[in-house]
Design a protein around this ligand. Sequence first.
Ligand code: GRF
Length: 199
Amino acid sequence: MLKIGVMASGGGSNFKAIIDRIGEGDLEAQCKFLITNNAGCGAVGHAQTYGIPVYHISGKTHPEQAAYEAALLEVIDKYGVDLLILAGYMKVLPVSILKRLPDRVLNIHPSLLPKYGGRGFYGIHVHEAVIAAKDKESGPTVHLVSEEVDAGRILGQRKVPVLENDTPAELAARVLVQEHDLFWRVIKEYGEQVLKARV
Ligand code: GRF
């Protein structure tokens, strides 16, 4: 069975959507842990509801970079996960983690990459930029995480219309609905490939 670990910083609606799909049996996987850099975030509550172990690892808990990276690696190695899922994780992942899990770290981004990706394009800023550019469509992208931010291989995308008088918040909400339906499907499909490649 596919083993995943999740990292999240915020509300955790993507994390919840994934563990709900696991709970429903749509996604055959086990979620082994949640790592967060924000102990008070919504994702922690969802993990507790499902009895998923939570690890708070951040610049506050581990002020030295080497200790911070070692703490992340300790959790990842302990559970031996097949995939690490970034579900609204707002920090750039250290290269040491990417090297430990090559082509095994997935992220979701709320724009049609390669548009509106990279440093500075996060959260509501993404949707503000889409509206300012008068784009007619937007939508989420699931991609592999590489050293360059938001530039890894694209595994899945969904398109939604940008409506005439959309506010960034309205567009974000429309994109988020699709994120919830896209992410688990990509995890399922890519996870099957990963498991096959292992045997
Ligand atoms: C999502 O919009 C995702 O694309 C981005 O961060 C947001 C996380 O939302 N990476 P949530 O915490 O899953 O609700």
